[in-house]
Ligand binder design. Structure first.
Ligand code: SF4
Ligand code: SF4
Length: 177
């Protein structure tokens, strides 16, 4: 049986026109997620990445989303301001067919956690150009669904990396805390 509970759902609205590609969001995110916190700054560890086309003055923030076990069938092409992009360029998934959104040391998938424990997502706080805006709304959610999500996520990770590697990574993270 599942219980319903009220929860504040946080989302971040992206205004692409306001982003100037400064990458402050990548910097603070990677630093916040370093172990220990703020000890290093490696953009590959960031849960947000900026697609940058300075010559076209085009900058597009993309947040790390769900992990996927296998690559999808998406092969669409987008033409933006005269330049062609693969569908994969804008994808949020940590996917086996590309390097984006993978923890550089362990290879484990990265996903935005909204800066758990902080009052406000740090990328929002550090974006001086208001390209990232936090929005909050109250929703009733099933507690059980969250548990199921966790189990599915853990199972996928175990299939991909093996349980030993995951346990090692967790142990290492705990040591560094
Ligand atoms: S901090 Fe803001 S303006 Fe700078 S790259 Fe990130 S989203 Fe764009
Ligand atoms: S909300 Fe936090 S975890 Fe998510 S991308 Fe922004 S800084 Fe990174």
């Amino acid at each position: 049986m599942s219980d319903k509970e009220k929860k504040i759902i946080k989302t971040i609205k992206i205004d692409v026109d306001k982003c100037n590609g400064c990458r402050a969001c990548e910097m603070i995110c990677s630093s916040f997620h370093a172990a220990p916190k703020y000890s290093s700054n490696n953009p590959a560890r960031s849960r947000i990445r900026i697609i940058r086309e300075p010559l076209r003055d085009l900058y597009l923030p993309v947040y790390a989303g769900e992990y996927t076990v296998a690559e999808c069938a998406g092969r669409d092409k987008y033409t933006i301001d005269g330049k062609e992009y693969d569908e994969c360029s804008f994808c949020r998934a940590s996917c086996p067919s590309r390097d984006e959104f993978k923890e550089p040391d362990s290879g484990l998938p990265l996903k935005c956690d909204m800066c758990e424990g902080e009052d406000e997502p740090l990328c929002v706080k550090w974006c001086m150009h208001d390209a990232l805006i936090l929005e909050e709304r109250e929703e009733e959610v099933e507690e059980q669904v969250e548990q199921e999500d966790l189990e599915i996520g853990l199972e996928s990770l175990a299939d991909k990396f093996g349980m030993d590697k995951i346990m090692d990574a967790v142990a290492r993270m705990k040591e560094k805390d």
